[in-house]
Ligand binder design. Structure first.
Ligand code: GLA
Length: 409
């Protein structure tokens, strides 16, 4: 009898421990059922961040229609940090953030936005500020106290660390702190995060840093940053790893940071076709009309945010630089993006019978040989006939036509 009791108690204890462990060892679920949308300071401002910039950006996100278009997270990237105190707690740089992070988060929340911050798995961030290594649980507590909703977690100065392990530690620390946080894994694709990231974060960077040029590489000595098409080319066969709550992240947007309007439109369209997180990286306070029209086009954003959550793919390429990208959408719709990579305007002719395709991942088909689809031009926001007629479109250099096809009954 006593033996039975002991066995039962031991079994109960084991069960309790196992369920405690599984309760703790998880990410916050369902925070990113569609790719996260927001703004981040890095691409435009680098280390030049302070509380005034963040407040003014939050104001501008509302007044320029970005929040209404779906951009919710305002994320401070590197260089907000000051020092750790004698007990190890991290404090913001007192000159740049004199009111403290809690007050800033409250301000951002007061605008109906969410608040994000940056740290690094290493001893130091990429900008040389204190990283979270050895302080993960303590930092996660600070973030929860401040009201942080989004953490971008970088990978500089991580010698000797295992990537999946280090990111899992921070995931568990965030979970233990108890405040739901979108966890953005930023290790540049070096350790194939698409293979282990699904249970760890909500998005993971797939490449090194983006830079605002269409197809260049900028060499910084020990590392390079990459233009739009370089980023697109770098990881070709990882779309099967993306889906609701776990996205491939080809880095933040460079729309409005110096490329031509055509290039910006092509960049944004491709990010939407790839179901990429849409994190604006320009100065929202001084955004001009053409940049706002790109970033806030509801019909193009709807392709990115489509609830089927399937990353699109390149379907055809031609020797003269025309590519056709395809993305299956809810209710059997398809998005098609006709990209002109060449230096000249090209007239594209599409005989729809040649566009029968079957996607292995979504199991969705496009069959204009059998059915008729209505075609909508998403940038012009107008209907343009059906797939019964051949489509002809002049596409300027480094620009796109973006179409939504809906089956007609
Ligand atoms: C790395 C990241 C960038 C940015 C900087 C900050 O390079 O990839 O996105 O966060 O660090 O130092």
């Amino acid at each position: 009898m006593k033996r039975d009791f002991l066995i039962h108690s031991a079994a109960l204890l084991v069960l309790l421990c196992v369920s405690c462990a599984t309760l703790e060892a998880q990410k916050f679920e369902r925070l990113a059922l569609t790719p996260p949308m927001g703004w981040n300071s890095w691409n435009k401002f680098g280390c030049n961040v302070d509380e005034r910039l963040i407040r003014e950006t939050a104001d501008a996100m509302v007044s320029h229609g970005m929040l209404k278009a779906g951009y919710r997270y305002v994320v401070i990237d590197d260089c907000w940090q000051g020092e750790r105190d004698s007990l190890g707690w991290i404090h913001p740089n007192p000159q740049r953030f004199p009111s403290g992070m809690k007050a800033l988060a409250d301000y951002v929340h007061g605008k109906g936005l969410k608040f994000g911050i940056y740290s690094c798995a290493g001893d130091q961030t990429c900008g040389g500020h204190p990283g979270s290594r050895g302080h993960e649980y303590q930092d996660a507590l600070s973030y929860a106290q401040w009201g942080v909703d989004y953490l971008k977690y970088d990978w500089c100065n991580t010698t000797g660390l295992n990537a999946a392990g280090a990111y899992t530690t921070m995931r568990d620390a965030l979970h233990a702190a108890g405040r739901p946080v979108v966890f953005s894994v930023c290790e540049w694709g070096d350790n194939q995060p698409w293979l282990w990231g699904k249970d760890v974060g909500h998005l993971w960077r797939t490449t090194g840093d983006i830079t605002p040029c269409f197809d260049c590489e900028v060499n910084h000595g020990s590392w390079s940053s990459w233009g739009i098409m370089k980023v697109v080319e770098m990881r070709k066969s990882i779309r099967q790893y993306a889906g609701p709550d776990h996205w491939n992240d080809p880095d933040m947007l460079e729309v409005g940071n110096g490329m031509s309007v055509n290039e910006d439109r092509a960049h944004f369209s491709l990010w939407c076709m790839m179901a990429a997180p849409l994190i604006a990286g320009n100065d929202i306070r001084t955004i001009n009309a053409s940049t706002a029209e790109i970033l806030a086009n509801p019909e193009v954003i709807a392709i990115d945010q489509d609830s089927l959550g399937v990353q699109g793919f390149r379907f055809t390429t031609t020797p003269d630089g025309i590519e056709v990208w395809a993305k299956p959408l809810v209710r059997g719709d398809w998005a098609l993006c006709l990209l002109n990579r060449s230096e000249r305007t090209r007239t594209v002719e599409i005989n729809w019978r040649e566009y029968a395709l079957n996607d292995d991942i979504s199991k969705q088909g496009l069959d204009p040989g059998t059915f008729s689809y209505a075609i909508r031009d998403l940038w012009k926001q107008q209907m343009m006939g059906t797939t019964r007629e051949t489509l002809r479109a002049a596409i300027p250099s480094r620009d796109v036509a973006m179409l939504r096809l809906t089956k007609q009954h």
